[in-house]
Design a protein around this ligand. Structure first.
Ligand code: HEM
Length: 213
């Protein structure tokens, strides 16, 4: 017996896909533009971030601008795979991620909310740069599957910037202010750790199918 989905037209599937992706795209663009604008419009920063800005008046804004751009560039470069734009935009994204990742490290260690949260951000920055380096190394050797895997894991680490703010927003609505520091440290690890783990498991499950194809 044919199910409802079997009969779905390609156009219907495309419409559903865009209906699901559009709110996500709006959220990504919102966080990215907000990040970029906070590099100059940061009067409302909480004390913990205002101190960092005072101590790192160039590095922190550079991180916000390049971090915001990375959020826009990473999905765009993946979307434009197999087009002539992919290598050009990919190179621009790589330089941007390198700057955003390197600047994240002093931002993380200067006057951190907790040592554990600083360690989470440093680990995220290092994971970002290492995956970028492996991704480039693999494509230079024409290992396309390995390049794809590295870049999808890099995208997962990038999504940590979204999940971090999402969990922070949920915490502000539902959380107990007493345990804020514990929550913040946990957020700095799970925001990127869980998407990375999920993507790595998904890639591993996909691997036998790719090999037999
Ligand atoms: C993926 C690697 C990233 C790391 C390791 C990282 C690290 C950090 C750290 C440590 C802070 C200061 C928060 C604190 O110490 O409590 C920060 C703040 C900030 N980052 Fe990143 N970041 C990354 C990616 C991004 C991305 C993709 C964006 C794009 C929006 C971004 C935009 C910002 C902004 C706007 C702030 C200022 C405060 C805020 O709005 O939360 N970062 N980042």
């Amino acid at each position: 017996m044919n199910s409802h989905l079997d009969k779905a037209s390609p156009r219907g599937v495309a419409v559903w896909r865009w209906l699901l992706l559009a709110p996500l795209a709006v959220f990504v663009i919102y966080v990215a533009l907000r990040g970029i604008s906070e590099s100059y419009d940061n009067d409302g920063f909480p004390e913990a971030l205002a101190v960092k800005l005072e101590l790192l008046p160039i590095i922190f804004p550079v991180h916000m601008i390049t971090g915001g751009l990375a959020l826009l560039l990473v999905p765009l470069v993946i979307y434009l795979r197999r087009t002539r734009w992919h290598p050009l935009l990919g190179r621009i994204a790589a330089i941007d991620i390198l700057i955003a990742g390197i600047t994240a490290i002093p931002v993380a260690v200067v006057m951190p909310v907790t040592k554990l949260s600083a360690a989470g951000f440093v680990a995220q920055g290092i994971a970002w740069i290492v995956l970028l380096a492996f991704g480039i190394w693999n494509i230079r050797r024409r290992r396309i599957a390995a390049h794809r895997a590295c870049m999808l894991m890099l995208a997962a680490v990038t999504s940590g910037a979204l999940f971090f703010r999402l969990y922070l927003g949920l915490w502000k609505v539902f959380g107990i202010s007493r345990h804020f520091e514990t929550f913040y440290a946990l957020d700095a690890w799970i925001a990127w750790g869980l998407p990375l783990l999920g993507t790595a498991i998904w890639l591993r499950l996909q691997a036998p199918r790719h090999r037999s194809a």
